[in-house]
Write a protein that binds this ligand. Structure first.
Ligand code: FES
Length: 67
């Protein structure tokens, strides 16, 4: 599933970046390009990063639900 629409990065690519040592959103971005443009996918990237890499340094912000 595409998570970052700007850079066309999938959840699998983000998970792979986390499994290979990315501990911050910037490190994920450096490895696969996610969250490198508008930042709209940043909360989803952080959530995946936290799931895959417990050592990740992320602060999860709840996603807003549309009204
Ligand atoms: S959707 Fe990921 S940077 Fe825009």
């Amino acid at each position: 599933m595409i998570i970052c629409h700007c850079m066309r990065v999938t959840d699998r690519e983000i998970r792979q970046a986390a499994r290979t040592g990315a501990c911050t959103r910037t490190e994920v971005s450096d490895r696969c390009g996610a969250a490198a443009c508008c930042g709209g996918c940043a909360p989803a990237v952080d959530e995946i990063l936290a799931e895959e890499n417990p050592a990740a340094r992320v602060t999860l912000v709840p996603l807003r639900k549309s009204a």
